[in-house]
Structure formats: structure tokens, C-alpha cells
Design a protein around this ligand. Sequence first.
Ligand code: DON
Length: 317
Amino acid sequence: LNTVMYAQKTADISTISEKTLSSILEKNRTYYAQGKVADYIPELGKMDAKAIAFSVVDKNGKVFNSGDVQKKFTMQSISKIIALMVAVNEKGEANVFDKMGYFGSDRPFNHFSNLETTGKPLNPMMNAGAILTTSLISGDGEKPFLKILDMVRYITKNSTIDYSKSVYESEKSTGHRNRGMFYLMKNNGLISGNEDQLDNYFKQCSIELTAEDLAKIGYFFANQCVRYDGNSTYKNAEIAKLIESQMLTAGMYEFSGEYSRTVGLPSKSGVGGGITVSVPGKMGIGVFSPALDQHGNSLAGYHMILDLVKQYNLSIF
Ligand code: DON
């Protein structure tokens, strides 16, 4: 824990500007050199390690951007919060959490954890729980995936968002650990369908978007599922609380506890290098830098968030 800060003078969030973001981005640009681009999914290893982007959507829905904001990357595990929203909307929270826990974890995102003991995934943020969550969304074939994709398009108001076929194929052909979890959960009676359901998980992880899209997702959960332009079709304070609490407890995997101490905001990372952050009732933050730390979280992304949080006193604690 080398980042603890004690009381200091902080600025008013209404003064956040693109200049604020650029200066934080430039300060943290070189962190990529200390991280590693994920290559366990071969197609991800092709990403440009130096790409970096930083976006904020403020309380009024105004967007601030800095860096490579046009650059698309796959959302990976960030898709898990959208899948959770779709599943809970459809099935109700009790039915989803009857099959998995609300637990945090001290293990990596792809750990089998207690699938072999209690039989149930720890939470919907680790791979096992996320694969199960997606399998609970109704519909044949790729229908459940399309529901997740539609929700991402709705929240970002960006109908051009789609998934990367090459990343999907790469995940599908190398994701044997995820396949193992899928069949163990099927054996445990938690999953009843066929491998189409696992394909939907691979597809959702392969959805491509930008840091700005991530900031809009962060805004949505920070504001009771109201979109950044004020559209309230999915307004639901309880679902937002559920998603934010999962982000806080498990969104950064085994780093979540230390992250809560230093950043103190509900956040979700993905191995594509993105992190989406909700500042409850206030704003959304989206960062992108593909070089990861040992937990699978964007290294420069983390440091940009940390600096913004310190400068504007954004921690919920
Ligand atoms: O299933 C996987 O391993 C990837 N598609 C997603 C994992 C991920 O993003 C974990 N994040 N930090």
C-alpha cells in the first residue's frame, strides 16, 4: 500500500476539464512499461501497449475526453456488470443469487474457487459466476448475448458497438479453463443448457468500445440506471445499488480490498485494459491502457483514476 494519502486540499468537481484529464494522463502515460498486455487470449496480445485514454461524464451528462478516445478495445470482464443487470431484470435478484454468492475473493478472476466445495461461484464478477449469470438469461442460441449487446448500445447510446469476431474466435479456441468451469457448474446442476451459453460469454467479453463508452456505463450505474442524456427507461435504484456493491466488493478481483482503500469507488476492470468507474450520484469515469498489473487490472488506468480521485476527493468513504 504505497499510495495512501492523508487529508489534502481538494478541488471542486465542477472544475474538471479536458485539461485536468490530459495532465493526469500525461503524468501516468509511462506506467504501461511496468505492465503486461494480456496474451493468454492470443488475439489480445496484438494490442498497442502504448494506447491510453481517459474519459469522464459529469453529473449533467457532459463528456470530457483525453488521449486515444477513438481507440476501440474489448470490454472483457466489464461486460459482467451488464450481464448481471440483464439477468436480474429478467429473473429477479433472489433467483440469480440463489445460484451464486455475494462474496469477495482473494483469488484470481479465473479461479475455480469453491465450485468444488459449496458448488457455487463466489460472485458474478469472477469468470465462473459470470458464465453462470449469462446462462440464466433466457433465449436460444445467441439471443442472451444480443440482449447484453443491446443493453450496452442503449447505455452508451452508441448503436455502432459490436463484438470482435477475431477476439471471440480466439477466446473460444483457447478458453478451456472457462469451458472446464462451465461443465463443472453443469455437473453441479446450476447450468442446464449447451455450449451456446458459454459462447455467449465469450461474445460478450469480445464487445468492442471506447473509454468514452465506459464512462457512460459508469455514469449509468452511478445514477440509478438513468442514462447520461437523462433517458430513464431502465431507472432502478435497487439494481444500481446491487451492481455498484458487486463492483466495489469484487470488480477489481483480488485487488478489490486494496482498491477500495485507495480509490474507494465501485469499479470494474477487464483484461482488454479498460476500467469503468461509478462515482455514486455524481459521474462516470472510463479509462483505457492495455498493459495490466499482476491481477489483470490496467496499470496506467488505475493510476489515472487514483490521481483524479485524490484531486477531487471522490472516494465514497
Ligand atoms: O474469460 C476470460 O478470461 C476473459 N474473457 C475475461 C477476463 C477478464 O477480463 C478478467 N479481467 N480482468
